[in-house]
Design a protein around this ligand. Structure first.
Ligand code: UDP
Length: 264
């Protein structure tokens, strides 16, 4: 849903007891790192449980949730091809298969926590999950199921950031929420540069022109062209996701308006 028409959205919650969410439908991008074990790779039970804890209140509010999972906790195609004799395209397909493993782990965890979930994969693996079909994904969302989109775009040489932007546009999400390990977007790496400035609001143009490290520039461009707002937040901070969908200012918002203080 284009950000300009957001105000006219029908909200899925008609219960007076539930907080009225700011969003009707969101696309959440969770990188593989967000699901990793304590060593920073593989799939960690605590990380999975944390994601489920963060999603529960949002799901209970009636927000429709699509999730694109990364696979960097298992394999990144470009790096793997560089370090081996494996053709780069094949390595990328392996990276996409890694996202399927993450998606299955997430599905089981969310369902154990009472959230009905479906995995739809862009690479067809009929014995473990459904194929990605746009209308089917939307039908699941309308039925209150969390939809985990696996295998990225199904094509090599791009990342799951691009898949997340494409999916957000395709399912007409009100926003693309990029869950990261830091609290938003900075002018430089805050761990290395004590003068790094935190941005509460940014324009798409500024992110692209200054090559700020948010997500692939092609993904930002796609969101810009289709008016999908991007929110960048720290998923490790408890309650962040619920706060955002309840209308609180959390992390960095990237939209057409950008940062008024910066004159953009
Ligand atoms: N990948 C791909 N096409 C896609 C999405 C992902 O080829 O549409 C591959 C790519 O090799 C990537 C890997 O899958 O490195 C894992 O995805 P990504 O690096 O985006 O995971 P994240 O960094 O979000 O954990």
């Amino acid at each position: 849903m284009a950000e300009d028409s957001k105000d006219s959205l029908p909200h899925s919650s008609n219960s007076t007891e539930r907080p009225r969410p700011e969003f009707h439908r969101v696309l959440l991008k969770i990188s593989g790192e967000g699901l990793a074990g304590p060593e920073g790779f593989g799939i960690g039970g605590a990380a999975l449980a944390h994601v489920a804890d963060e999603l529960r209140p949002v799901h209970a509010m009636g927000v429709q949730i699509g999730i694109v999972v990364g696979g960097g906790n298992i394999l990144r195609g470009e790096k793997f091809a560089r370090e081996t004799h494996i053709t780069e395209a094949t390595a990328h397909y392996m990276g996409m298969l890694a996202t399927v493993m993450n998606a299955l782990a997430l599905q089981e965890t969310l369902e154990a926590e009472g959230m009905p979930t479906r995995v739809l994969s862009s690479i067809h693996i009929a014995s473990v999950c459904e194929p990605y079909i746009r209308r089917r994904a939307i039908r699941h969302l309308e039925k209150g199921r969390i939809v985990v989109l696996a295998a990225g775009t199904g094509r090599p040489y791009v990342t799951t950031d691009t898949a997340a932007a494409l999916s957000a546009v395709e399912i007409q999400a009100d926003a693309l929420i990029k869950a990261t390990q830091v609290d938003g977007v900075y002018s430089a790496d805050p761990k290395l540069d004590p003068n790094a400035r935190f941005y509460e609001r940014l324009s798409y143009d500024r992110v692209i022109n200054e090559r700020l490290k948010v997500m692939d520039l092609s993904a930002v461009d796609l969101c810009q062209r289709n008016g999908v707002r991007i929110h960048v937040l720290d998923l490790h901070k408890r309650g962040n996701l619920a706060k955002l969908v309840s209308g609180e200012v959390v992390g960095t918002t990237i939209s057409r308006q950008g940062d008024p203080g910066a004159g953009i």
